[in-house]
Unconditional design. Sequence first.
Length: 337
Amino acid sequence: MSHNTDHCSDEYETRRLQALSDYDILDTPEDPAFDEIVELLSLICETPIAVINFIDRDRQWFKSVKGLNVCETPLDVSICAHALLKPGLFVIPDTTQDSRFANNPLVTHDPHLRFYAGALLQSRDGYPLGTLCVLDYHPRELSERQRFALQALANQVMAHMELIQAHRKQTKLATTDQLTGLLNRRAFEQRLDQEVALIKRGGDPTALMLIDLDGFKTVNDTLGHHAGDQVIERFTELCRETFRQADVIARWGGDEFMVMLPKTNMAEAQRAAERLHQRLATTPMLKNSSPAFYSTASIGVCSLTSASNMDECLQRSDKLLYQAKAQGRNRTVCEAQ
């Protein structure tokens, strides 16, 4: 595939692929909004084939297809990959008369494609991600109106993708805590609800851990909120290092954190809590503070079972946390089995 000089650097291709990845579109299921666009384009351009496709690292992936029975092709036979190198519409009236495509297996063999017209699908910052294109089995041209429609509908594809992306970001903002990136309270409660439903259907018991950073108010009062934020962020990192990928960590409020440990009994949960205590004992929580500042945590651990309901679980973990504080902090109190 011949690249012009602007597009030949590995760095450019890395940035282009990152832009594509940011839309999170590859390998997504069918979407009626995209399917309608290819149907409409096929009608306007009077072509049997219309496609929305994206050019990945080593394949061309079809988001929506009319008239072809494929969902992806290798890049070396892709006509659309050439369109990425050209601004504006890319039109090949007769593929057999074009040296770049005359020997292409899609031209010389089934389905014997003879005509191609594609409009670039470009990211906001100008990276070509793929094309909206039409193809035919006969040589031909597009009228000015058809060319206009092709470009206008390509703009609609991108507008729809921007909308999906914005919606995804909005959802993320609504479910995550801004400072730590952890789930917020509302999102955690939803996840907890799902877990209780799974356990009721015969899933393994799950442990629930409520963690409170000891003496956090003092940090805010004596060193200021910026230091307090640093401690919260550092503690979040420790939690990510301590708990498994399957465990669900949330910022419950101020200096309180909630962790759900699926398929975990009390003994295993207690070991995880001990690992967290050990990490806290050896990890300074503030950068450049002299002397080094260490924090401790009080933890309450209860078990979710098929008899649990969410509110009652939260009350139990709260009670256990209170016991840990009453016993002198910097400790874990687990529910008696």
